[in-house]
Design a protein around this ligand. Structure first.
Ligand code: ADP
Ligand code: ADP
Length: 232
């Protein structure tokens, strides 16, 4: 079945002249698949991600995430679906400035019925996985850009979401840190997580199984990639 299904989705913003950010997009994202989304600035990539991530609803058409029609859910129901199903890795890390790296990573687990000790243990294990075990007690402004990105990544992964949405996840990382992030994505994909990654970098997109190309709010092309052995 599909993790996400879009049927003839339109999204129109009204700021004076209407802007057709998405103009009739239909797309199936199979469970466990790895999809990259590419397209020029303004082509609708962020709008698409916001819909897939249940942050917004379509103007018309249907968006079904994990079997639920997002357009028919209340705000509270969408928030719950997001919190339990989706992990976001966005460019703006949105870390809580007064919380340590460990506390930031532990926070999404407050949605769940897990005790404090276990929350901290899981957060600590993930920080170790992203190479920040020695920074657990640092505040975000005591970390470099790359380190903050990795804290945000650990936070997105801590609830083991079924669907990971990443917007330019390697955008402001050095080569090595970026490669580590892509390696983590590959591990989650192998474990069965559905991955959707927006990128303007072809070498990042080719880690996916297929590339969805957007142009002016429409789906220009879906490019299938050869099964990669990871050595490209
Ligand atoms: P991309 O992520 O590919 O750069 P976006 O989805 O951000 O594209 O934007 C698609 C179009 O929708 C652009 O013309 C953009 O200006 C417009 N747009 C996006 N978000 C909003 C908004 N909140 N209000 C008005 N227009 C918007
Ligand atoms: P990265 O490649 O991860 O972005 P940087 O080269 O920016 O790393 O940072 C190198 C080191 O400097 C890191 O160990 C980081 O902890 C430290 N550092 C960077 N910015 C700050 C800051 N604002 N306050 C304290 N330490 C910092």
């Amino acid at each position: 079945g599909s993790a996400v299904s879009l049927q003839n989705v339109h999204k129109t913003y009204h700021l004076g002249e209407p802007v057709h950010a998405l103009d009739g997009v239909s797309l199936e994202i199979p469970r466990g698949s790895y999809t990259a989304i590419m397209g020029p600035s303004g082509s609708g990539k962020s709008t698409l991600m916001n819909l897939v991530g249940c942050l917004d609803t379509p103007t018309s058409g249907t968006v079904v995430v994990d079997g639920r029609d997002v357009g028919s859910l209340s705000d509270a129901e969408r928030t719950t679906l997001r919190g339990t199903t989706v992990g976001f890795v966005f460019q703006t890390f949105n870390l809580m400035p007064r919380l340590s790296a460990l506390e930031n990573v532990a926070m999404p687990q407050l949605f769940r019925n897990i005790g404090r000790a276990e929350r901290r243990e899981r957060a600590s294990a993930l920080l170790e996985r992203v190479g920040l075990a020695d920074r657990a007690d640092h505040l975000p402004n005591e970390l470099s850009g790359g380190q903050r990105q990795r804290v945000a990544l650990a936070r997105a992964l801590v609830n083991e979401p079924e669907l990971i949405l990443a917007d330019e996840p390697t955008g402001n990382l050095d080569t090595e840190t970026g490669a580590n992030v892509l390696e983590l994505f590959a591990e989650f994909h192998e474990a069965g997580t559905t991955m959707v990654v927006v990128t303007h970098e072809r070498h990042v997109a080719t880690h996916a199984e297929r590339i969805v190309h957007l142009l002016d709010g429409t789906l220009e092309d879906v490019e299938s990639l050869e099964e990669s052995d990871g050595t490209d």
